[in-house]
Ligand binder design. Structure first.
Ligand code: NIG
Ligand code: FE
Length: 409
């Protein structure tokens, strides 16, 4: 390492989440972390730190340091809200019934089409700020409330614009195959033609999406239609992911995994063949306990079988106006443990290392290691188990984005 560094943090412990360090958290107690040019240049036990002078020496005051959190599945750019549907669901209507009656995703499509780019940006800001205040430093944002070229572009441009103004990396995903727009009622295959021939090529041309997503479900698109979207994404050299097996079993997870999907998300209804396909292809299972909780689902993802097969499990908010209007990744850690049976260490891996992998960023984010970008959060806690256990009072003491202190307030 260089003899002079920009930032040196000592008197702290690190949950590095580096799988090469034994123990679920890859813990290094009494750690020293040196940062130069926005990257970690040295990390290890303080008593092994080479001679090093730093411009900024930070006393970690006994905090635990984790990687910046990664929220790998959100729909946080949208118009309007769906509070009235919440009341209808409380009255006994199901998510599918509301969707089939023209509400659900289509209700947000109407509001998003009607919103100006400025409206969308202003509405997204507090959602993003809520995530950032919890130590999130990378966020994925999907389109999918446009379902027509101009509005899909408007959503994706808004997502990119957020990244210019906030200390966060934003990864964008085109989810044009989210629902059938009303003008294509009864003509789903023709809408998939539009997605493949017009929307995805235009999005790719403007480099507005880092990946392509789709919703494979009886209220959305069939496995064959999703396969067409995947083929098109591949031609455009864009990685794919899928919303699948959320409400029923369709075989979409195995299809997407066998096509090399980065992740399949929701996965409550996957079977052994789906799990085997994910394991074989290194596809991440993104668990979304907030949607499960909000929709009062009862079928939990087969965590034991995913674990036994070595499938990486990420956790995310799914932040959206319908199935999860909850802007808290920390709460998802708690729900992942309480509702799905993850361990606290799996929950932290799910919002760091595994979430980065779900975005195709496994070698650059989600782990504290020399050479990687210094996205780090200092937490005033005695053990990293507290991150999944406690909610509300435990907040980041300091947040670093690329080595820069971006702690709010
Ligand atoms: O991930 N499953 C599909 N899409 C979202 C919900 C979108 C909505 O209800 O607006 C999800 O749960
Ligand atoms: Fe989603």
């Amino acid at each position: 390492m260089t003899e002079r560094c920009d930032l040196l943090i000592t008197n702290a412990n690190a949950a590095t989440m580096d799988p090469s360090i034994p123990g679920g958290y890859g813990a290094i107690e009494d750690v020293a972390i040196a940062v130069t040019g926005g990257r970690i240049v040295w990390i290890g036990p303080r008593n092994e730190l080479p001679d090093c002078a730093a411009d900024d020496v930070v006393d970690g005051e006994g905090c635990w340091i984790t990687p910046g959190l990664v929220d790998c599945h959100t729909h946080l750019v949208y118009g309007g809200h769906r509070a009235s549907e919440f009341a209808r669901r409380l009255g006994g209507e199901s998510y599918e019934e509301v969707a089939r009656a023209g509400g659900g995703i289509l209700s947000t499509v109407r509001a998003t089409r009607a919103a100006s780019a400025e409206d969308l940006y202003r509405a997204a800001e507090p959602r993003l700020q809520a995530l950032l205040s919890e130590g999130v430093t990378t966020v994925e944002i999907k389109s999918g409330y446009g379902l027509e070229l101009d509005t899909e572009l408007k959503q994706l441009r808004t997502a990119r614009r957020l990244a210019q103004h906030y200390p966060v990396d934003i990864v964008t995903t085109c989810l044009a195959a989210h629902a059938l727009p009303p003008e294509y009622d009864g003509r789903a295959d023709e809408y998939i033609d539009l997605v493949c021939e017009e929307i995805l090529p235009a999005v790719a041309k403007e480099q507005l999406a880092d990946a392509v997503d789709m919703f494979c479900e009886s209220i959305a698109f069939s496995v064959d239609q999703c396969q067409r979207v995947i083929n098109c994404a591949k031609e455009l050299e864009l990685p794919v992911k899928a919303h699948a097996e959320q409400l029923s079993q369709s075989g979409a997870t195995a299809m997407a995994a066998n096509a090399g999907a980065l992740s399949v998300d929701h996965v409550e209804y996957i079977n052994n063949m789906d799990v085997a396909a994910m394991a074989e292809n290194g596809t991440v299972a993104v668990l979304l306990p907030g949607a499960f909780y909000t929709l009062k689902e009862t079928r939990v993802p087969p965590v034991e079988s995913l674990r036994a097969s070595g499938v990486c499990m990420a956790l995310s908010t799914d932040l959206n106006p319908g199935s999860c209007p909850i802007a808290s990744l920390r709460l998802m850690m708690n729900m992942g443990c309480n509702l799905f049976g993850l361990t606290p260490a799996e929950a932290l891996a799910g919002v760091t290392r595994s979430a980065a992998r779900a975005l195709g960023l496994c070698c650059s984010r989600g782990v504290l290691r020399a050479g990687l970008r210094a996205d780090m959060v200092l937490w005033p806690m005695d053990t990293p188990d507290q991150l999944a256990y406690e909610f509300g009072a435990l907040k980041p003491a300091k947040i670093y984005f690329g080595g820069r202190n971006v702690t709010a307030g």
